[in-house]
Design a protein around this ligand. Structure first.
Ligand SMILES: Nc1ncnc2c1ncn2[C@@H]1O[C@H](COP(=O)(O)OP(=O)(O)OP(=O)(O)O)[C@@H](O)[C@H]1O
Ligand SMILES: C[C@H](N)[C@@H](CCCCCC(=O)O)NC(=O)O
Ligand SMILES: [Mg+2]
Length: 248
């Protein structure tokens, strides 16, 4: 399928553990509940205790999207060690092949309205022999969505990520801040405004810290998205405004 005909995003983060999976799954849930066929892929997941099964990230994405794709299409590389993917792959004498990932993504994308791909770690995390997550993003051809934490330090990490994306000519749709507490401190109150004025792309949502199991958190974030005042910007940035109005 030609890149221009495919709708979707590649979700990266400013670091590992910043909320990429929750944002990806929350968005998948939100869109699926509105009738869109959402394809999901976690091309490389490291730290998978039992690689015969889906890891926690891919499993949550599959649940959120209600996907019936095979495990190998949703999660082409499942690696045991909770390390940088290239290192985890080396420990198993494996090499991550971008063409295999591209085939899996293409095969899913042809069957769905919107594709959500979650990277591993941040944009510069190494995947294979000097190739980084950013190189995979370029090969797959989907625009980037950057998930960032809310605490002090996030301005620097987020701007470094968007700057690196721009330098590598990777189109970035925007930033989502994830985990805003009910009572944000001064740094957290300032972060969305600072990023909105300094980054070369918009802040498309500021999502709250939510409670419960991982699935409950995803459901809460999907509901938050539905009532978010910035939802129109988010949908427009994802090129989904018209598509969603076609559905109930
Ligand atoms: N908005 C939030 N509210 C509550 N908990 C959150 C929120 N965002 C993330 N978390 C929690 O923080 C942890 C890390 O989040 P998540 O797994 O989404 O990170 P990640 O960026 O996908 O990490 P990785 O690089 O391993 O893929 C999880 O336990 C998740 O439940
Ligand atoms: C083990 C982590 N949870 C994550 C990989 C993080 C790599 C970070 C590399 C680095 O920047 O040092 N794996 C994953 O997202 O599948
Ligand atoms: Mg994740």
């Amino acid at each position: 399928m030609a890149a221009a005909e495919r709708r979707g995003i590649f979700i990266t983060g400013t670091d590992t553990g910043v909320g990429k999976t929750l944002v990806a799954a929350g968005l998948a849930r939100f869109l699926t509940e509105r009738g869109l066929r959402v394809g999901v892929c976690k091309p490389v997941e490291s730290g998978v205790a039992n690689p015969a099964d889906l890891g926690p990230d891919a499993g949550l994405l599959k649940w959120a999207a209600g996907s019936s794709e095979t495990d190998d299409l949703i999660s082409p590389y499942r690696l045991s060690a909770p390390l940088s993917p290239d290192q985890a792959a080396k420990l198993e004498n494996r090499r991550i092949d971008f063409n295999k990932i591209a085939e899996a993504v293409d095969s899913t994308a042809t069957k769905c309205d919107f594709m959500i791909i979650e990277g591993a770690g941040g944009l510069m995390a190494p995947l294979a022999g000097g190739l980084l997550v950013a190189d995979l993003v370029k090969q797959l051809g989907f625009p980037l969505l950057v998930v960032a934490r809310t605490e002090l330090g996030t301005i620097n990490h987020t701007l470094l990520t968007t700057f690196a994306a721009r330098t590598m000519e990777i189109p970035t749709t925007g930033i989502i801040l994830c985990g805003m507490p009910e009572t944000p401190d001064q740094a957290q109150q300032n972060a969305p405004h600072a990023l909105a004025s300094l980054a070369s792309c918009g802040v498309l949502a500021s999502l709250p810290a939510v409670d419960g199991s991982e699935r409950q958190k995803v459901q809460s974030l999907a509901e938050t998205l539905a009532s978010s005042p910035t939802l129109p910007w988010l949908l427009s940035a994802l090129n989904l405004t018209r598509r969603l109005s076609d559905y109930p």
